[in-house]
Design a protein around this ligand. Structure first.
Ligand code: 5RP
Length: 228
């Protein structure tokens, strides 16, 4: 199976999960990324069952709207029954590294409001310890150099994310992203709290305090459901 076929498999499994576990007329939280794109495409087939979606990025909003799925503002809902999103890495406790697509801040906000976080991933994302994937951190542009020095002190190797045309990548919120290589992440929750406390950090892409509740993990053998 190709990686895209695995992504499609888990995207379909997530749409089935939502169909079976979320009440008719509910609002669904939607993440960002290539795996989520398959989920959005599957959700489109059953869109009339739901009131609409809360989106975690401009890119997902565009895709949802293209399918005729209503996109609501987060202000319009108090809670969400489910949030479906991908991950760059997920460990055995449901802690994740996210933000490879640069949408980590809005993803964390939507995840905070959701009752159940369903992570969709293929087995290549499952790790024993987080940190093989460079840790994304969204930062206020004026703090970039100062935060890079702090991250070096922490043992990391931060790199300012660039866009495809080599200009500085700008997030949906107008900020920069530092991708930190080489961190040894022994305690994801403690590191999340520490980095988030630094002035200039908007969001660190560690999702440990609020990790996944369920992972739908795709492999050549099918989709395994893991509960945390
Ligand atoms: C975007 C994310 C994505 O969920 C993560 O990067 C996984 O993406 P993909 O499904 O394309 O591998 O956190 O900010």
């Amino acid at each position: 199976m190709t990686q895209d076929e695995l992504k499609q498999l888990v995207g379909r499994a997530a749409a089935n999960y939502v169909l079976s576990n979320v009440a008719q007329g509910a609002v669904v939280g939607v993440g960002t990324g290539s795996t989520v794109n398959f989920f959005i495409d599957e959700l489109a087939a059953v869109k009339d069952r739901f009131r609409g979606a809360i989106s975690s990025s401009v890119a997902s909003t565009e895709r949802l709207k293209k399918h005729g799925i209503v996109v609501l503002e987060l202000d319009e809902v108090e809670t969400l029954p489910v949030y479906v999103d991908g991950a760059d890495e997920i460990d055995r406790e449901g802690h994740m590294i996210k933000g490879g697509g640069g949408a980590l801040t809005r993803e964390k906000i939507v995840a905070m409001v959701a009752q159940t976080f369903v992570c969709i991933a293929d087995t290549s994302k499952r790790v024993d310890r987080l940190g093989g994937f460079p840790l994304p951190i969204e930062v206020i542009p004026m703090a970039r150099a100062a935060l890079m020095r702090r991250l070096v002190d922490l043992g990391g190797d931060p790199v300012l994310r660039l866009a495809k045309d080599q200009s500085v990548f700008v997030s949906d919120n107008g900020n920069s992203i530092l991708d930190v290589h080489g961190l040894t992440i022994e305690n994801p929750e403690a590191l999340e709290i520490e980095i988030n406390s630094w002035p200039g950090v908007v969001t660190v892409g560690l999702f440990a305090q609020r990790g996944a509740n369920i992972c739908l993990l795709g492999s050549a053998d099918g989709v395994e459901r893991i509960d945390y």
